[in-house]
Design a protein around this ligand. Structure first.
Ligand code: FAD
Length: 430
């Protein structure tokens, strides 16, 4: 593929870049929200709608975090099953987590429809492809678990029928889950900002929070642009969680995730590669995924949070090579964008909302946050407003860390090499 020139900004920023909002910061607010991604904005909209004086501050431009860098795949919790996040947990706990995950999918669909958000949303389904033959049976079992617990519709696709879904023999069949969507992450972030403002929230960029101090009367939020007094603070910093909240930082493993976009492709090629315009991903440990751009002209291709840190150029080379392994027919085309963003993994592989030293938080998406972080932001707002009649399954007091871990994931290269090796061996032996 032609990698001679590409932008290192997300493809999504062509249509909806992050926004500057450098007005002077107010001296006080009822609630200060740290982070202007889906979680922070969604919390802000709900709080402001209910009459709370809310300020959102971001260290960078508004929406410059993972929310405008993502693949825009909208899940109802399937990924928690497919990535093994629920493995080893009791059946009842799995059911609770999946119930709230399904609720997150319903929440985002309702939100977009009710508020008329211009997010490029389409319900399109997702094909989970088997990387090696034995993964086909595992996917089928995971599909059955999903159908039983969440009631989603799953179709099994044997390899002999795979070309109905996509023009490749690289995979060994898989399953299609119908309850899956795709949106334009940049447009969605922008429409959430508009919604939050319509509800009465005030948003400020380039105001990095350096410290949050609690006293008898609330909180002092010290930013690079001044101090704000607040009755409550919500931290929604996910993979960008830093020194301002050391207890949370110890619980998050920040990992880069990478993506590339092709130039516009001939319509007949798009029709062959993805006739159903679905989201597609595979079952490798180093998960790879693809989707069409919302206008159906380009292929976007990404890899799961890579544990090995790369710059955008190295990532483009790596991803383009993988893309051509699966669809060699893409070899003559150009890569126009290669970008990365940080996601937050957690030691128990699930997201968390809760309270630490009085500060509310919603973080730890594990690479699966378009619907979920929108939902956890909303749930955090409901909790602050005293409007919940049950606690969310992601709201538990136990948010694990490991001894001596302070937020610098020194072990990632080792994990990465191990995943890479095991994927390679499995493919060779299959
Ligand atoms: C390449 C990539 C692909 C992805 N693909 C998908 C996908 O297809 N589907 C899916 O469901 N999820 C996907 N994700 C994950 C998803 O994007 C995230 O889960 C979600 O956007 C997180 O939203 P958030 O609001 O929690 O955090 P973010 O959007 O990351 O926002 C956090 C914000 O906090 C700000 N911040 C941090 N520290 C401070 C501070 N001290 N002071 C002020 N501000 C601060 C940051 O600047 C940032 O803007 C992907 C992520 C990446 C990077």
């Amino acid at each position: 593929m032609d990698l001679s020139r590409f932008s290192t900004d997300p493809y999504w920023w062509d249509g909806a870049p992050p926004e500057e909002a450098r007005d002077a910061l107010p001296a006080r607010a009822d609630v200060v929200i740290v982070g202007s991604g889906y979680a922070g904005l969604s919390a802000a909209a709900e709080l402001a709608r209910n009459g709370t004086d809310v300020i959102v501050v971001d260290a960078e431009g508004l929406g410059a975090g993972a929310s405008t860098r993502s693949g825009g795949m909208v899940s109802s919790g399937q990924k928690m099953v497919m990535t093994g996040a629920v493995r080893g947990k009791a059946r009842g706990r799995i059911a609770e987590l999946l119930a709230d995950s399904v609720a997150s999918f319903e929440h985002i669909e309702n939100l977009i429809a009710r508020e008329g958000l211009d997010a490029g949303y389409q319900k399109c389904g997702r094909f989970f492809a088997a990387y090696v033959p034995k993964h086909f049976d595992r996917l089928r079992e995971q599909g059955e678990l999903l159908e039983t617990i969440t009631g989603v519709t799953v179709h099994v696709v044997p390899r002999s029928e795979q070309r109905r879904i996509t023009a490749t023999d690289f995979y060994h069949g898989g399953i299609v889950v119908d309850d899956y969507g795709g949106l334009h992450p940049g447009l969605y972030a922008r429409s959430l900002r508009d919604l939050a403002r319509r509800c009465g929230a005030r948003l400020f960029s380039h105001a990095p929070v350096k410290r949050v101090t609690r006293d008898n009367d609330g909180f002092s939020v010290e930013t690079g642009r001044g101090i704000i007094r607040a009755k409550e603070v919500v931290v929604a910093t996910n993979g960008y969680t830093g020194k301002a909240t050391p207890n949370l930082r110890r619980r998050i493993i920040p990992v880069y995730s990478y993506q590339i976009a092709t130039e516009p492709l001939p319509p007949e090629l798009m029709d062959a590669i993805n006739p159903g315009r679905r989201m597609i991903s595979d079952s490798q440990r180093e998960l790879y995924y693809t989707r069409p751009s919302p206008d159906g002209t380009r292929i976007l291709f990404g890899s799961r949070p890579s544990f090995l840190e790369m710059d955008e150029r190295a990532a483009a080379r790596n991803l383009a090579r993988r893309l051509q392994e699966v669809w060699p027919q893409l070899a003559p085309f150009r890569i126009t964008h290669s970008w990365r963003g940080k996601v937050a993994m957690t030691f128990d592989k699930v997201a968390h909302m809760g309270r630490d030293e009085g500060v509310h938080y919603a973080i730890g998406c594990n690479g699966n946050g378009v619907a979920l972080m929108t939902y956890l932001g909303h749930q955090t707002a409901l909790k602050l407003l005293g409007k919940t009649n049950r606690s969310c399954a992601f709201d538990t007091p136990d948010f694990p860390t490991e001894p001596y871990y302070t937020g610098r994931p020194w072990f990632l290269p080792i994990v990465s090499a191990w995943y890479h090796l095991r994927d390679g061996i499995e493919r060779k032996l299959s």
